[in-house]
Design a protein around this ligand. Structure first.
Ligand SMILES: C[S@@+](CC[C@H](N)C(=O)[O-])C[C@H]1O[C@@H](n2cnc3c(N)ncnc32)[C@H](O)[C@@H]1O
Length: 151
């Protein structure tokens, strides 16, 4: 991911098993691996403790609130956005918890067969006050990448 500089802090929201948190931890000072599902949080706590990945901090978030523990440089949502049930609340909380310099990166399935298409995502994030400054639909197979900031 471009924009990864030593010393940065990343929140991987909807981290699941921690696949991306593990990779991101190689390029960041701290990665917060957050998920709203307690079983995934327990799984990651064990995983990162066993692997002695000391710069990954696992935490429980809420379905309508990313619960960022501090100001971070990047908020990363991979394969999560389309599963978020209360997206208006979630985006409003996210907006309040970041500053103008935080980059929000959304990677998700690019398909017309799903309800939450990339056009829906763009509409929703812009309504919540974010501006999309990067959109790529070719880089990852079947996935789009969006980068946003607070307007
Ligand atoms: C398909 S998995 C993706 C996991 C990981 N990001 C990856 O790409 O390997 C989706 C994850 O998002 C989590 N999730 C769903 N809605 C969420 C929400 N509102 N807030 C935080 N996590 C959420 C689920 O519990 C699940 O672990």
């Amino acid at each position: 991911m471009s924009g990864l500089k030593p010393g940065i802090t990343i929140a991987d929201v909807g981290a699941g098993t921690g696949y991306f948190s593990n990779l991101l931890a190689e390029h960041a000072a701290t990665v917060y691996a957050l998920d709203s599902e307690p079983n995934m949080v327990r799984y990651m706590e064990k995983r990162f403790s066993d692997e002695q990945k000391n710069n990954v901090v696992v935490g429980l978030s809420k379905v309508d609130n990313p619960c960022l523990p501090e100001q971070v440089d990047i908020v990363f949502l991979a394969n999560v956005y389309r599963f978020i049930q209360q997206r208006d609340c979630f985006l409003s909380q996210l907006f309040q918890q970041i500053d103008q310099n935080t980059e929000v990166v959304i990677v998700d399935l690019d398909s017309e067969q799903i309800e939450v298409t990339v056009d829906v995502v763009m509409r929703e994030v812009e309504r919540a006050g974010f501006s999309v400054h990067f959109c790529n639909r070719d880089k990852c197979p079947s996935h789009y990448i969006l980068k946003l900031r607070k307007t």
